[in-house]
Write a protein that binds this ligand. Structure first.
Ligand SMILES: Nc1ncnc2c1ncn2[C@@H]1O[C@H](COP(=O)(O)OP(=O)(O)OP(=O)(O)O)[C@@H](O)[C@H]1O
Length: 589
C-alpha cells in the first residue's frame, strides 16, 4: 500500500513540483492555525472578562488579542484560497496526464493482450480511476498529516486541563474508523465483482449511442431490449451499493455516538470547572479546542479510511500501467525498397493463446519478389491469421516466415512494418481530413499533397475527393462539425489509397474491393496489377474476379494448404478452387 502512495507522490511530483509544494505548505500552515486560534480565543475572552471588572488594566490587552485573532482569520482565508487554487490546477491537469500515460501504455500492448477480456477490464478500471483517485490519495495524505499536526498542536494547549479526557476524546472515534475500514474493503470487493457487468453496460451504452450501430439497433427495434438489459444491470449495481452504504451509515451512526457523547461530557465537565474557578477564558479555549480536536481526530480516521480505500482502487490504475510488455525478439534490418527474393511461409503452425486447436498447421508457400499472390478459402480457414503473423502481431508457434531469405525476427519491428502497406478487412474510417486518412499510411508524407493526390488517383478516388469543399483538407466522418460522410465504397477506396501511398515493398490487401462497385473494382484490380513499384503483394479475397489474375493462388482449408498454383493450373487440376470458381461463375450466368 505504501508503495502505491509513494508512486502517487512521484507521479504528482513529475507533473508539477511547484504545485505539490504549494499545496503541502498551505495545508501544513493551515493545520497550525487552530492551535493559535484556541490559544488566542482563551486569551481574548479572558482579557475581555478582566476588562469588564478592571477596565484600565486589561483594555489594551483585550484589543491586542482580538486583533491577533482577526489576523489569524485573514491568514486562514488567504491560505485557503492558495490551497484551493493550487489543488484545482493539479486536479485539472492530472487526468489528462494520466490519460496520455494510459494511451501510451495501450500503444505498447500486443494484439494478443488486446484480445484478452481482462485487458479491457483493466483498461476500463484504470481510465475510470485515473480521473480522481491519485489526487484523492494525495489530499488524503495531506489531511491525515494536517489533522495529526492540528491535533498535536491543540492537544499541547489543552492537555494541561485533563489528560484523561483528552485521551478519551482521541480514542472514541476508533471503533467507527475500524468499521469504516471494513466497509472500504466491502466496497472495493463489490466493485471488483461488478467489473464484467460494468463492461457489459459500457458495451450496451456503445450500441445505443453510436452512429455506426444506429441502423441495426433501430430497425430491429433493439432499443427497448438493450435499455431493459442496461436497467437490470444498473439495478443490480445499485442494490449492492445500497446494501453497503446503508450498513455503513447504520454502524457509523451507532459508533459515532461514542465520540460525540465523549465530547459532550468533556464540555459539561469544563463548564462545571469554570463555574468553580471563574476562568471563562479557559472555558472558551477548552470548548474551541475540544471541537478542533474532535474534528481533527475524526478527519484523521475518515481520511485514513479513504486513503486505504483509494489505495485499493489505485491498484487498478498501476496494475494496468504495470502490465507486462512482452519483449519481441527483433533484429536491426529494415525492408529494402523492393524485395529481391520474396516472402516464404515455411511449415508455419499457429495456435491462438489460450486455445488448444491450431488454426494454422504446417502452412508452406512462397510469393516470389514482385509477384501477386492470392489467398482463398472458406470463412475461418486462417487467411487473416497468416497476415497477423506476417505483420508480427502474433508469433508463429512453429515454422518460420522469411522475407528475402531472412526470418522476420532479423528485421526491426519498425523496419518491417514501415515496409508493409496494408488494407485490412476492418479498415479504419478516421474522423479526420482526407489528407490524414491517406497520409496515415506513411506519416512522413502527411504534408506531401502530390503523393496523397497520386495515391487517391490510383484507386479512382480523386474525382470525388476533388468535389469536397476543401479538397484533401476536408474532414471526413460525422463526429466533428463540417465532416463529410462517404459511402462504404468511397471509404474503402480511401483506405486503399492509404495502403498504397507509402509505395511499400510488401502490400497486404485483405478484402480490398469488397465494398467497391464492379466498374471501380475492375479499375482497382488493374491498378493493383500494375502497382509498378514492384511491390510483392498478398491478396485475400472471396471474389474470384479479384483472385483469378493473381500470379500465384494458395487455397487454404481449415488451416492447411489444400492446393496452390496459377489460375490456369488450378482450373486444370479440377480441385477445390476449380469447383468454387465454377460455383461463383454459375451465379453470374
Ligand atoms: N483472436 C483470436 N483468438 C482465438 N481464435 C481466433 C482469433 N482470431 C481468429 N480466431 C480463429 O481462427 C480461425 C481462423 O480465423 P481467420 O480470421 O484467420 O479466418 P479467415 O480465413 O480470415 O476467415 P474470413 O474469410 O471469415 O475472414 C477461426 O476459427 C477463428 O475463429
Amino acid at each position: 500500500m505504501t508503495g502505491q502512495w509513494r508512486r502517487v507522490l512521484a507521479l504528482l511530483w513529475s507533473i508539477s513540483p511547484r504545485q505539490i509544494l504549494a499545496v503541502t505548505a498551505a495545508s501544513l500552515a493551515t493545520a497550525l492555525l487552530p492551535a493559535a486560534q484556541v490559544f488566542l480565543t482563551a486569551l481574548t475572552v479572558q482579557s475581555v472578562a478582566d476588562a469588564l471588572t478592571s477596565p484600565a488594566a486589561a483594555d489594551r490587552g483585550a484589543l491586542r488579542a482580538g486583533a491577533c485573532l482577526a489576523a489569524l482569520l485573514v491568514a486562514g482565508h488567504l491560505l485557503g484560497v492558495l490551497h484551493a487554487n493550487q489543488e484545482a490546477l493539479l486536479r485539472s491537469r492530472l487526468p489528462d496526464v494520466l490519460t496520455l500515460r494510459i494511451m501510451a501504455k495501450a500503444g505498447r500492448l500486443t494484439l494478443g493482450q488486446f484480445e484478452e477480456p481482462d485487458t479491457y477490464d483493466n483498461l476500463q478500471r484504470a481510465t475510470r480511476e485515473a480521473a480522481f483517485r491519485p489526487l484523492q490519495v494525495f489530499t488524503g495524505m495531506l489531511t491525515v498529516v494536517s489533522a495529526a499536526l492540528s491535533f498535536l498542536a491543540v492537544a499541547t494547549v489543552l492537555l494541561r486541563e485533563s489528560i484523561a479526557m483528552a485521551a478519551a476524546i482521541c480514542l472514541a472515534p476508533v471503533p467507527a474508523a475500524l468499521a469504516g475500514l471494513w466497509f472500504s474493503r466491502r466496497t472495493h470487493a463489490a466493485h471488483h465483482a461488478q467489473a464484467e457487468g460494468r463492461r457489459t453496460l459500457t458495451y450496451l451504452e456503445h450500441l445505443l449511442t453510436n452512429d455506426r450501430t444506429y441502423k441495426e439497433t433501430r430497425l430491429f427495434n433493439l432499443v427497448p431490449l438493450l435499455l431493459d438489459r442496461s436497467r437490470r444491470l444498473t439495478d443490480d449495481f445499485h442494490a449492492t451499493n445500497r446494501r453497503i452504504e446503508n450498513g455503513q451509515a447504520r454502524w457509523t451512526a451507532l459508533l459515532g455516538l461514542l465520540s460525540t457523547g465523549t465530547t459532550a461530557a468533556a464540555v459539561l465537565l469544563a463548564v462545571r470547572s469554570a463555574l468553580h474557578t471563574g476562568q471563562v477564558g479557559a472555558l472558551a479555549g477548552y470548548v474551541a479546542g475540544v471541537a478542533v480536536i474532535q474534528a481533527a481526530v475524526s478527519a484523521l480516521f475518515t481520511s485514513g479510511v479513504q486513503l486505504y480505500e483509494n489505495g485499493l482502487f489505485l491498484r487498478h490504475l498501476f496494475g494496468f500501467l504495470d502490465m507486462p510488455e512482452p519483449a519481441v525478439r527483433e533484429g536491426t534490418l529494415a525492408l529494402p525498397p523492393v524485395l529481391s527474393k520474396g516472402i516464404e511461409f515455411r511449415e508455419v503452425t499457429f495456435t491462438y493463446p489460450g486455445q488448444r486447436e491450431p488454426v494454422l498447421d504446417g502452412v508452406s508457400f512462397t510469393v516470389p519478389a514482385g509477384a501477386r499472390a492470392a489467398l482463398v478459402g472458406s470463412n475461418g480457414a486462417g487467411k487473416s491469421t497468416l497476415i497477423k503473423l506476417l505483420t508480427r502481431f502474433y508469433e508463429p508457434t512453429g515454422g518460420t516466415i522469411l522475407i528475402d531469405g531472412r526470418p522476420l525476427s532479423d528485421y526491426s519491428l519498425q523496419g518491417l512494418r514501415e515496409g508493409i502497406g496494408a488494407i485490412f478487412q476492418d479498415y479504419q474510417e478516421y474522423e479526420a481530413p482526407v489528407r490524414e486518412n491517406i497520409g496515415f499510411g506513411k506519416p512522413a508524407l502527411l504534408d506531401d499533397d502530390g503523393r496523397i493526390r497520386e495515391a487517391a488517383h490510383r484507386v479512382g478516388a480523386l474525382a470525388f475527393l476533388d468535389t469536397l469543399p476543401e479538397g484533401i483538407d476536408t474532414r471526413l466522418g460525422r463526429w466533428f462539425p463540417g465532416g463529410r460522410q462517404l459511402s462504404g465504397g468511397q471509404w474503402q477506396k480511401v483506405a486503399l489509397a492509404r495502403a498504397l501511398v507509402g509505395e511499400a515493398p510488401v502490400l497486404i490487401l485483405d478484402e480490398p474491393t469488397a465494398a467497391i462497385d464492379a466498374a471501380a473494382e475492375a479499375d482497382i484490380l488493374d491498378v493493383l496489377r500494375t502497382v509498378g513499384t514492384g511491390a510483392t503483394s498478398l491478396l485475400v479475397a472471396h471474389r474470384f474476379s479479384a483472385v483469378r489474375t493473381a500470379d500465384h493462388i494458395v487455397v487454404l482449408d481449415a488451416g492447411r494448404v489444400l492446393e496452390q498454383g496459377s489460375h490456369e493450373q488450378l482450373m486444370e487440376s479440377g480441385g477445390r478452387y476449380a469447383s468454387l470458381f465454377g460455383l461463383q461463375a454459375a451465379g453470374y450466368r
